[in-house]
Ligand binder design. Structure first.
Ligand code: IPM
Ligand code: MG
Length: 371
């Protein structure tokens, strides 16, 4: 029986409410009297950290994150911090975590629960049974490339620069993650880039092809232009299995994929580092794909499913609790089958519940499944 250390970073807005529902499940697991247990630590990040410490994340919180088996992250940001200096904006806390923990592989599964096929903005037949894994490169590209600045030119005009940079090593390691995942799923990878306008796209395409040839010739690889990928996702999403793409395209395509499953409130994610050379352990962070949703924050309305499903990913990828991970996913599906819905996925004839009631219902199902 192992003990896993979790750092909870609820952040801002609905992150606070959805992480509370993960804590509910942690308490449940710790109380069951058998199996692995958790020790939890907590800290602030984003606007909450700015208010308390004047930075988006403190060095002390970073040190805790470095030590933890997994970080459970809620969401950051909100209008309250719109005027904060760029380097202290809430998102900077999340970006520092990703960069300093070297969490280069962001896994964003888009699964359409059968009960939610009618909540999607696409027709049921397009999304029913949908199961896509977006593998987003998370520590490179235009998010981090330098220079990144706004300068005033001599003529008084202002000029902004962001820099898209990728090295072959960065592309190689994310491509391997995508091929490894594809082997356990539908054995197909789409690699999305813009080789028709970007040098980084040309290199991305070359390196993914090389990795395919030397490392995964058994997996089907298709190259696709990122704009076409966005279009094909809406036209015929079930043609996709794994999509591997860069940081910025991955940001956009994963929001698109999330919405097809019914709501942004449904999509979890895992961010993984490289295995440690000595221990084989990876640094990991889990977060819902949705943001802090300031419009509904603090009202008990948020959908906790994306955050709870992110916890299931933590059980799977960080804690080696595969059976429990599956049970959490099953509990979510059953609660949806029973007709419980938060506002974002509400449909006629269903019963609308708030954040807490949804969390409680999932815990109740889990308890029943494990009895
Ligand atoms: C995401 C978010 C972040 C990103 C923001 C909050 C910085 O949109 O995780 O998709 O752009 O990566
Ligand atoms: Mg995003």
């Amino acid at each position: 029986m192992a003990t896993h250390s979790l750092l909870l970073l609820p952040g801002d807005g609905i992150g606070v409410e959805t992480i509370a529902e993960v804590e509910r499940l942690i308490v449940f697991f710790n109380a069951r009297g058998s199996g692995d247990t958790f020790v939890i630590d907590r800290d602030v990040v984003g606007g909450a950290a700015y208010d308390a410490h004047g930075v988006a994340i403190t060095d002390a919180a970073m040190a805790k994150a470095q030590q933890a088996d997994a970080v459970m992250f809620g969401a950051v940001g909100g209008p309250k911090w719109d005027k904060v200096a760029y380097e202290h904006r809430p998102e900077a806390g999340l970006l520092r975590l990703r960069k300093d923990l070297d969490l280069f592989a962001n896994l964003r599964p888009a699964i359409c629960y059968p009960a939610l096929a009618d909540a999607s903005s696409l027709k049921r037949e397009l999304v029913e049974g949908l199961d896509i894994m977006i593998v987003r490169e998370l520590t490179g590209g235009v998010y981090f490339g330098e220079p990144k600045e706004i300068v005033t030119l001599e003529n008084g005009e202002r000029r902004a620069v962001d820099t898209q940079i990728y090295t072959s090593r960065e592309i190689e390691r994310i491509a391997k993650v995508a091929f490894d995942l594809a082997r356990k799923r539908g054995n197909k990878v789409h690699s999305a880039e813009k080789r028709n306008v970007m040098k980084t796209g040309v290199l991305w395409n070359q390196v993914v092809s090389e990795v395919h040839k030397s490392y995964a010739p058994d997996v089907v690889l298709e190259h696709i232009l990122a704009d076409n990928c966005a279009m094909q996702l809406i036209r015929n999403p079930k043609q996709f299995d794994v999509i591997v793409t860069d940081n910025l395209f991955g940001d956009v395509l994963s929001d698109e994929a999330a919405m097809m499953t019914g709501s942004l409130g449904m999509l979890p994610s895992a961010s993984l580092g490289a295995p440690n050379a000595k221990t084989g352990k990876r640094k990991t962070l889990y977060e819902p794909v949705h943001g802090s949703a300031p419009d509904i924050a603090g009202k008990g309305l948020a959908n906790p499913i994306a955050t709870i499903a992110s916890f299931a990913m933590a059980l799977r990828y960080s804690c080696d609790m595969l059976a429990e991970a599956d049970l959490v996913d099953t509990a979510i599906a059953r609660v949806l089958d029973k007709g419980l819905r938060t506002g974002d996925i509400m449909q006629p004839g269903m019963r609308q519940v708030g954040t807490t009631e949804m969390g409680q219902a999932i815990e109740t199902e889990l308890r029943a499944l494990m009895a």
